[in-house]
Ligand binder design. Structure first.
Ligand code: 3EB
Length: 332
């Protein structure tokens, strides 16, 4: 069994479709019909052509699938990819809690229940997309409400919200439901932190009543492979945003942070060769489409060979203009 990332690929390629564990449709109209769990991320594509673009995780073993209550999943051997969407508007409004907090807690509970039932309890990577991320709900920014709900979900499954947590990203999208995708397995991933940054799960209260629950990266081991899954990474040093208002400097700082995480991975990798950012895949989130040329120039300078996808999305702190995530694969 192995795992391969296809980017972008053709929805009419039936042979490829049959062996897709799951993936993403990115774009302003990502409503492509596919037979696998697909996270629809409603964001403008900044460098591709067409209305949408598919990315997928391909496996070479047999797959089995299931769906229930807004959750769609597929598994192959010891790995599972799932997508959950929740219609916040349809949630009951509980006393003293916001709809988004409730919806986030419910999604995470649902995910943990499935993983326990499937005997694949170890989360490797999570992708969180929220509409109106900076909106206020009951006096608290929606991203902060999401953090409260996410931590409730972890706690109700008796999971730690510090230390051994999955890699993740959390971005604001202009349209669409709250959606969470996840990649999990039978074996634990090795969580990594960035020595230049305070662990996000230790961020101080000024960023919200509940710190975000994610590790800076995860090393996962599908059979015969070593996967480096780097979380959304931005211009943060310690816990503070650097270079507010300067997208070029933020992009340089972000590349430094990505390199620092890759260095951490190389310090404990099992593979003979080291990971190299230039041989990895990068997804770039820009707050403003107008910053594309500057950001591409800075990224290309450091990583001329990386597979690059750029979309417009809201990074979770209002002063952050760019966020970049990365993944890499090596034989081991
Ligand atoms: C940061 O470093 C930037 O809430 O899951 C990056 C990756 C960020 C994941 C999350 C947030 C998350 O704090 C934001």
């Amino acid at each position: 069994m192995s795992l391969r990332h296809l980017l972008p690929f053709d929805a009419s390629d039936c042979q490829a479709q049959a062996q897709v564990l799951g993936g993403f449709a990115l774009g302003v109209a990502p409503d492509v019909a596919v037979p696998w769990p697909c996270q629809r991320v409603r964001v403008p594509l900044l460098d591709g052509s067409g209305d949408s673009c598919l990315e997928a995780w391909q496996v070479d073993g047999a797959v089995s699938s299931g769906q229930a209550d807004g959750l769609v999943w597929r598994r192959s051997g010891d790995m599972l990819f799932g997508v959950i969407e929740v219609d916040e508007a349809a949630m009951a409004v509980p006393d003293g809690h916001s709809r988004l907090e409730r919806a986030s807690a419910q999604i995470y509970r649902q995910m943990f229940t499935l993983l326990d039932q499937q005997g694949l309890p170890h989360l490797w990577r999570i992708w969180n997309y929220l509409p109106d991320i900076h909106g206020q709900e009951m006096g608290l920014e929606r991203y902060r409400q999401f953090n409260v709900g996410r931590a409730e979900g972890f706690a109700s499954a008796a999971r730690s919200v510090v230390g051994r947590v999955p890699a993740a990203c959390a971005l604001g999208v202009r349209q669409g439901p709250l959606t969470v995708a996840f990649l999990a397995g039978a074996s634990p991933a090795v969580p990594l932190e960035n020595p230049r940054q305070l662990s996000a799960f230790r961020y101080p209260q000024r960023y919200g009543p509940q710190s975000p629950t994610f590790a800076r990266a995860a090393l996962a081991y599908p059979d015969g492979q070593e996967w480096l899954l780097v979380s959304g990474t931005a211009s943060i040093v310690g816990h503070e945003t650097r270079h507010a208002g300067d997208v070029r400097a933020q992009c340089h700082e972000t590349m430094e942070n990505l390199q620092a995480v890759v260095d951490q991975a190389n310090g404990c990798r099992r593979s003979v060769r080291p990971f190299d950012l230039d041989g990895m895949g990068l997804r770039v989130y820009l707050r403003h489409a107008r910053d594309l040329d500057v950001v591409r120039e800075v990224v290309r300078e450091r990583c001329p060979g990386a597979a690059l996808g750029c979309v417009q999305a809201d990074v979770c702190r209002e002063d952050l203009l760019v966020e970049i995530e990365a993944w890499g694969v090596l034989p081991c």
